[in-house]
Design a binder for this molecule. Sequence first.
Ligand code: NAP
Length: 484
Amino acid sequence: MKLADAALLRQKVLIAGHWQDAADGARMTVRNPASDAPVGHVPRCTEEDTAGAVEAAHKAFAGWRTQTAKARAQFLRRWFDLVLLHREELARIMVSEQGKPLAEARGEIDYAASFIDWFAGEARRINGEVMASPWADRRLFTLRQPVGVAALITPWNFPAAMLARKAAAALAAGCTVVAKPASQTPFTALALAELAQRAGLPAGVLNVITGEAATIGGVLTTHPLVSKLSFTGSTDVGKYLLARCAGSLKRVSLELGGNAPFIVFDDADLDAAVAGALASKFRNGGQTCVCANRVFVQAGVYDAFAGKFAPAVARLNAGEGLAPGVDIGPMISDSAVSRIESQVADALARGATVLAGGARHPRGGRFFQPTVLGDCTPAMALCRSETFGPVAPLIRFEREADALAMANDSEYGLAAYAYTRDLARAWRVAETLEYGMVGINTGLMSTAEASFGGMKQSGLGREGGLYGIDEYLETKSLALGGLA
Ligand code: NAP
């Protein structure tokens, strides 16, 4: 890979301010999902390496927590500037390991940087309170203090944004960090760590390690010096990590899977709904946790919506992320393609019809055709669980209440969308949907200013927005006596 700044492709891990190999020298190969060609190698860290990173973070905590909020904000601001300065290299590193189209990768770098910018501001607003005391001789206060060492485990689908959203909040709060990126996409995280170092972050404040999930996760979830675990990934792994953290009662935040409903009512602006569904469903090849997974369309506009949506999907161009004019990259793995294929087969066997795509892409490899299936029902596998691929099932409904009941009939509760021009309905729908995030007349709603997170089995806690920093803060009560 040709990069203007070749030092950004780090093939070592960052522990205590030093770039190093695993203690035993073991490495893993990272491959480009579009071609399967090797991108590079990263260390396969041992339990000892992981414990070393935790100890380094713990050692750095005393100094970092006592920096002024302004100093932490200034560090984050320098990091933000460097991320934007190196936007192009970061985006190209991301495409090489993750596969998404370059334009989307650039957009993700901007989105990731926006969290660093946001939390640089939030660092200056970590305020306590003075309570009305019931005692004449005592005053009562609350102090807000960093929880300690935060372990961050992030997924492959947004290799920059998921790390930045957690790390910027943790660092702003005064926590120190041990981060483990997904094994498919470690280079983006390592490049962000390189830029954090260049921004002057003290040694040990941000450590990034790579390797086997079970080895590293085993230490991070049990080590007594880790106070907090923030995880983004699948619901099954999230539950497993939560159970492991129970032993030492760590604070845990979980951003897990989704099964987003996208509801188009008879009174919707259909062109806007088609544009919203395209953006929500097909961004990152359908591999986002907030992707529309079930598209409910009211009977009166079902044919009109399908008639506009399916041709628009059929025009989406699948290809290698760096090629011009590509809308959809490869799926992340062979098993992801197999899962999508089996969900489509299940739907077709149960009566669904193909309106666009419907099979693996003629390009072969990990490419799947952008697909729309008509006449789907909630019982089909692709409506019960996350597809995490470029397949949109259309489900016809008659009444608003039916759509809402089907939409809420899921163990997940991350994101939901609805299109309507009726203000009363918009409000009713927004209040009734059992989801942590609701978009009315928009298919995109994630931004640093809004809180991100799920209900039900989609997670615990919130990231970004006004509440994201709370996940890294303790509230301490202080009573000051002897004032009579
Ligand atoms: P995953 O298999 O759960 O992996 C996510 C991360 O957890 C990776 O870093 C992985 O490491 C690590 N991991 C896996 N098993 C572990 C273990 N036993 N101990 C410690 N760490 C472990 O999920 P994924 O397939 O990469 O990501 C897709 C899922 O993430 C989807 O369900 C999606 O909805 C969800 N997601 C949610 C959000 C949100 O904000 N709610 C955002 C994005 C994605 P390795 O890579 O080394 O295996």
